[in-house]
Write a protein that binds this ligand. Sequence first.
Ligand SMILES: Cc1cc2nc3c(=O)[nH]c(=O)nc-3n(C[C@H](O)[C@H](O)[C@H](O)COP(=O)(O)O)c2cc1C
Length: 292
Amino acid sequence: MRNPTVLASGFLGTGFDLMKRVVQEGGAGAVTMKSIGPRERMGHPNPSVVEWKHGILNAVGLPSPGYKNMEEEWAGLEKRTFPLIASIYGASVEEFAEVAKAVALHRPEAIEVNISCPNTKCEGQVFGVNEEASASVVKAVKKEIGEIPLIAKLTPQAWNIGAIAKSCEGTGADAICAINTVAGMLIDADARKPVLANMFGGVSGPAVKPIALKCVYQIYESVKTPILGMGGISNGRDAIEMVMAGATAVGIGSAVHYRGFDVFKRVCGEMEQWMEENKVKSLEEIRGCAHG
Ligand SMILES: Cc1cc2nc3c(=O)[nH]c(=O)nc-3n(C[C@H](O)[C@H](O)[C@H](O)COP(=O)(O)O)c2cc1C
């Protein structure tokens, strides 16, 4: 990666042309695709994304064309000159393995396993809140993708996120990504109803920054693998703080909406400025420094 910023999954990550722009004009060091599922899925009805005072609340519901209907997109992506992270999800360990096998044929630079989704074989419990469930997904996916680096994307809903990260590292994760959105809802006082058609959704943006920092901090204490830290990063200072918690690279999603798609370039510039002002020569010098 030419810089430590990564486009988070679910934002602009559809189609080669858009991704190329995010890299060339926007300045991202790598891009993550929208999570790919085992079959075509419409997602939740609208309203499914709302902006509020402190962030974004979404319940898009993992819409996906399904891995079998993406040949055109993959054909376009063959021309890429940037690092591509393919994100995948499934509703069971077997589905994760099935999607991973198909996606690996296209040789993305890494495969991110979105374990923040529900396991239908476990009464809809999110994989990522359970050490065994997380580990079994990582193990099954690693078996299918071989040498392609595997990133496990964790949910902040896990009370023991350090232990979850460790179980993923122990079963083949080459890196950990945190955090996915935080469960939440908004109610409209005038309408006397939930704002989202789905009632509940996931919170992202500035509101989740303290949660993300806490998770990355705990993960850093538990694993040796690199951490892709994300959640509420809007500017260079936020990114520097994430590195101080232990992140090697930083993901940016909601801030694309707030600051435009050249947010990556701007965040990098702001990080460099902070480093110059504070006489820090490389991020290595400050990585994890908040741990004392
Ligand atoms: C509209 C929307 C769609 C998202 N879709 C995905 C997705 O498909 N897969 C995934 O792993 N995360 C998804 N996320 C979560 C983001 O990748 C990221 O983890 C989260 O938004 C926190 O980062 P941020 O505060 O910079 O947005 C989505 C978030 C939003 C707001």
